[in-house]
Every structure is written in structure tokens, then in C-alpha cells.
Design a binder for this molecule. Structure first.
Ligand SMILES: Cc1ncc(COP(=O)(O)O)c(C=O)c1O
Length: 326
């Protein structure tokens, strides 16, 4: 039974429309043939705003929340090549907010890829020469205090925009998937996507719960161990669920951490192969940090016989392919 009350609650929560929705879902015919599975792709790389990707959906809700609550400044935190900071930077600037970015890692001599776009928006960039997330968070909290002392009203966006409000973007995405199933008389048995800061997966699992959907949502980890990330996703989905009066089942949260390789952003053979296969067979560009690794997981599941012949598999392309141009 669909939970109509939760659907209605979601509809009443205000949001902006940076994302051009719904994003298309289409079958990947050549890859399906090659892997002997029924593989579909939801093109969240085509959300349309500032090069697109999953973070646009979160920002639809986050920036509206900041504006409604009267904030005049946002701080976004991430790595030098953060997809989230690229989109937060653009979303903040176009809505008239002052944007500060706290970027971790050594400042490159010449900005490329995401960092180049962050410079183009005119956001104020604060580099912090550390690879440690805790240092980035501490720096962003110091900056928040400093800006508040100078009279600014500051909305601090955590790494990846993964707050309960941000996660609502993927509750909405799940509705689009269910609507596609209804119109096309198809049932997906699996949804695969890249998972890292918990927001995308928390939103999807809440969507699954609201729609009483019986398939599996599998997050392929980009950085974190299975157990730690599953707990983070559970915590975030409980907090997000409170906004919609929904409680998720911990068993519905499934992370597979076997495709990370040496560490976050380190290239793997599987990821390199996935990028080549997706481009050569479907003309779709993935990236080496998130979507390439997630796709390498799907390919491995197919080759090791994890799917039944009749299974329909949906891969959510969460964007990030600007990384190819770093
Ligand atoms: C392209 C891309 N895909 C997937 C993810 C993971 O999403 P989340 O952080 O919501 O788990 C990210 C996060 O940075 C991303 O940039």
C-alpha cells in the first residue's frame, strides 16, 4: 500500500526547481546484450543545472530552506573537485546568496573541472591544505562564526548536502521511478547507485518505504566501509523520515563496499573498464570517483550471476563526469 499521507507531506514541502525533472529513464540496449541482463539507466547526470548530477536535487530543497528562513549567505564544504560545491556555488549565486566554499586539498596552480566552474561563479573560495574531512568541517565552523560576527546570517551546508532536507530530493526521485514503472508496465528488481555522504541513499530508501516497493536499493560505496555507512544512512533516513512521518527498516539499507579499491578516488581496473564500456556502448560518460565504481559493481554482479534472467536493473547515473576534464 502506498503511503499517500507521506506523498502529500512531501508535496507540501517547498522547493526550487533547479533540476529539470523528471530525468529520463531508458534501456541500455547494447550493455544489456553484452552483460546478458536487462539494464536501464536513470539519467540524473541530466538534471540540467550547472552540469547536473544528484546534488541538484538536494539543492532544490536546501536553497529554498535557506531562503525561506531568511539566510543571506551559504557555506558549502568539500574537496577541490567537489561536485556538490560546484552546484551549490551556482545555486547560491543565482538566488542572490553570498557563497563561501571551504575546499580541502592543496590549491592547484590552475583551476580545472569543477574548481574552474566554482571560480566562474564568483564564489569566495577558502582553500584548506588538508585531506582530512574533520579539518574541513572545523574550518567551515570557524568561518561561519567569523561571518556571523560581521553581521551575516549563515546557512552551513555539510559535505554532500546530506541533511534531512537535502535527502528529500531523492524521495522525490523515487516517485519518478515508480511513475515510470507504472506508465511502462515494468518492475525494477534492483536500483544501483553510487553512495558516499548518505543523502542519496537515505532519500531512496524512504521513497521505497513510502511506495511499498519490493526491490532492493544497493549503494555502491565510493569511500566508506559498509557498516559505518549503513549506520550513517540509517541515522539520516530516521531524521528525514520524521519530516514525512515514515520509519525505514534498517534491513532495507544495503551498501556494498567491495568496489572502492585502495581508497576514495583511487582508480580501479573495474572502474576504468566500466567507463570504457558505458562510453563505447551507450555514449554515456561516467567518472572515476563515483559512477564508474558504481557501474563496475553492476557489471561484476552481472558477471558473477547475481541476477535472474527476468530481473530488471536500474542504474542511477548520479553525474560527476566533469571529473574527466580535471
Ligand atoms: C557524482 C556523484 N555521485 C554520487 C555521489 C554520492 O552521493 P551521496 O553523497 O548523496 O551519497 C556523489 C557525492 O558526492 C557524487 O558527486
Amino acid at each position: 500500500m502506498q503511503n499517500l499521507k507521506a506523498h502529500k507531506k512531501l508535496e507540501r514541502i517547498h522547493h526550487l526547481n533547479f533540476s529539470l525533472l523528471p530525468t529520463p529513464i531508458h534501456k541500455l540496449n547494447n550493455l544489456s546484450r553484452l552483460l546478458n541482463i536487462n539494464l536501464y539507466c536513470k539519467r540524473d547526470d541530466l538534471t540540467g543545472f550547472a552540469f547536473g548530477g544528484n546534488k541538484t536535487r538536494k539543492l532544490d530543497y536546501l536553497i529554498e530552506d535557506a531562503l525561506e528562513k531568511g539566510f543571506d549567505t551559504i557555506i558549502a564544504v568539500g574537496a577541490n573537485q567537489s561536485n556538490f560545491c560546484r552546484m551549490a556555488s551556482a545555486a547560491g549565486i543565482v538566488t542572490g546568496l553570498e557563497v563561501h566554499l571551504v575546499l580541502g586539498g592543496e590549491e592547484p596552480k590552475k583551476p580545472t573541472g569543477n574548481l574552474l566552474l566554482m571560480h566562474l561563479t564568483g564564489s569566495i573560495i577558502h582553500h584548506i591544505n588538508s585531506e582530512n574531512w574533520d579539518d574541513w568541517v572545523a574550518e567551515s565552523e570557524n568561518l561561519k562564526k567569523k561571518l556571523e560576527n560581521s553581521g551575516k546570517n549563515v546557512y552551513l551546508l555539510p559535505v554532500g548536502g546530506s541533511t534531512p532536507i537535502g535527502a528529500l530530493g531523492y524521495v522525490k526521485a523515487f516517485k519518478e521511478i515508480v511513475e515510470f514503472e507504472r506508465i511502462n508496465e515494468i518492475n525494477f528488481n534492483y536500483i544501483f547507485h553510487s553512495t558516499s555522504s548518505a543523502g542519496t541513499q537515505a532519500g531512496l530508501v524512504i521513497g521505497k518505504t513510502i511506495s511499498d516497493w519490493s526491490g532492493k536499493v544497493i549503494g555502491i560505496a565510493a569511500a566508506m566501509d559498509k557498516e559505518i555507512l549503513e549506520n550513517e544512512i540509517f541515522e539520516l533516513s530516521l531524521a528525514t523520515g520524521e519530516l514525512l512521518d515514515i520509519k525505514v527498516n534498517k534491513d532495507d539499507i544495503i551498501v556494498d563496499d567491495r568496489y572502492i579499491g585502495e581508497k576514495y578516488a583511487a582508480r580501479t581496473k573495474g572502474c576504468e573498464e566500466a567507463i570504457e564500456l558505458f562510453f563505447k556502448n551507450e555514449g554515456i560518460l561516467l567518472d572515476y570517483v563515483y559512477t564508474g565504481k558504481a557501474a563496475s559493481g553492476v557489471i561484476d554482479y552481472a558477471r558473477t550471476g547475481k541476477f535472474n534472467d527476468a530481473d530488471n536493473i536500474l542504474f542511477i547515473h548520479t553525474g560527476g563526469n566533469i571529473e574527466l576534464f580535471e
